[in-house]
Ligand binder design. Structure first.
Ligand code: SAM
Ligand code: SF4
Length: 334
């Protein structure tokens, strides 16, 4: 098969790329234990970050090749100054139908309305515990009440459904599988999703990883789980309905039931590096290419070539050969 020069953004495995996750900053106001060290990281100098105009140019080029979904992430996207302006710019791109954000919710509540007015459609909120003390420990100082307020503010602003991301770490918050479901049982517009911890080292893989099947077992002791399958939006969550409460619960299992064969996503890092696979560091930054005066046409050609060079899948499996992900989550954008 030859690399196409027009039409959908295809890789050699026939996967069409319609979704881009944009990390707008590597900085964060939390320090989740599984994501970054207590002292933070060596942050990117501000001049290294893509400007809003550069992000818009890249997303517009992708939209011309079939991208329909954009998610803003980070680091913490709400702490990038003027993020509402970027939301407005991306929402105005022809072809972009779905504009969402993944946030820790800490400063979200008071901005929910403004972001919705700027064109944001939905949010995912990261919440690993509904116990305030455990939440503070996992996030190293986070305030659960603010995150719960963010969830309510998003519902009031019509950013629906609100999807929650709970990373389950063996020996740390396993019991939250049940606690989270119970906590949100009376809110049908809130979907709780459990995410397998992604290992950045072999020790993590062996000690802290809880497979999604075991999470389902925990719930299965209290509820009847009816399979709903993969979500229709092409996302990675496999959903189940709890017969007793009617709640939909999702599981995202990048390691044990990985979904590489259906991968339709690209990741744009805050410094302009493009990842076609979560596991692989990307080579020359699109930022440098744009700043050297690259035309839109040439940019599209570079994007096509990068997607054509995409790997079949990551190799961070539980058994056998193991290759951890390169880099840090805050610049990759989760
Ligand atoms: N700060 C925002 C937040 O926390 O929602 C957005 C960025 S954060 C890196 C995106 C997602 O990645 C969060 O849901 C977080 O829980 C998840 N994440 C970070 N490190 C992870 C890991 N090692 N394994 C699984 N998920 C991880
Ligand atoms: Fe920040 Fe999100 Fe990482 Fe937590 S998971 S430290 S909130 S970027």
């Amino acid at each position: 098969m030859e690399q196409p020069t027009s039409g959908a953004l295809l890789d050699p495995y026939g996967r069409a790329h319609t979704y881009v996750r944009v990390s707008v900053t590597d900085r964060c106001n939390y320090r989740c234990t599984y994501c970054m060290p207590a002292e933070g990281l060596q942050w990117m100098p501000r001049a290294h970050l893509l400007t809003f105009e550069e992000i818009t140019r890249i997303v517009a080029a992708l939209a011309r090749m079939g991208t329909r979904k954009v998610r803003l992430t980070g680091g913490e996207p709400t702490i990038r100054q003027g993020i509402e302006r970027l939301v407005g710019m991306l929402g105005a791109i022809e072809g972009i139908e779905d504009l969402s954000m993944t946030t820790n919710g800490h400063v979200f509540a008071k901005r929910a309305q403004q972001l919705a007015e700027a064109g944001l459609k939905r949010i995912n909120v990261s919440i690993d515990s509904v116990d305030p003390d455990q939440f503070r420990e996992i996030t190293r100082g986070g305030d659960l009440s603010r995150v719960l307020a963010a969830i309510d503010a998003a519902r009031e602003a019509g950013l629906l459904p609100v999807k929650l991301n709970c990373v389950v770490i063996k020996g740390t918050n396993d019991e939250q599988v049940l606690a989270m479901v119970r906590h949100f049982a009376d809110r049908p517009d809130v979907v709780v999703r459990f995410i397998e911890f992604m290992p950045f080292s072999d020790v993590d893989r062996r000690k802290r990883h809880l497979p999604a099947a075991e999470m389902r077992q925990i719930l299965g002791e209290h509820f009847t789980l009816e399979p709903l399958g993969r979500t229709t939006d092409g996302g990675p969550a496999v959903t189940w309905r709890l017969a007793e409460t009617g709640q939909t619960v999702g599981f995202i299992s990048p390691i044990t039931e990985h979904f590489c064969q259906a991968c339709n996503r690209l990741r744009l890092q805050a410094d302009g590096h493009m990842r076609t696979c979560l596991s692989r560091e990307a080579a020359p930054s699109l930022r440098d290419l744009l700043r050297s005066g690259m035309s839109d046409e040439a940019l599209e050609a570079v994007l096509r070539a990068r997607v054509w060079a995409k790997v079949a899948g990551h190799e961070a499996h539980l058994d056998g050969d193991f290759r951890a992900f390169d880099g840090v989550m805050t610049s990759i954008g989760g």
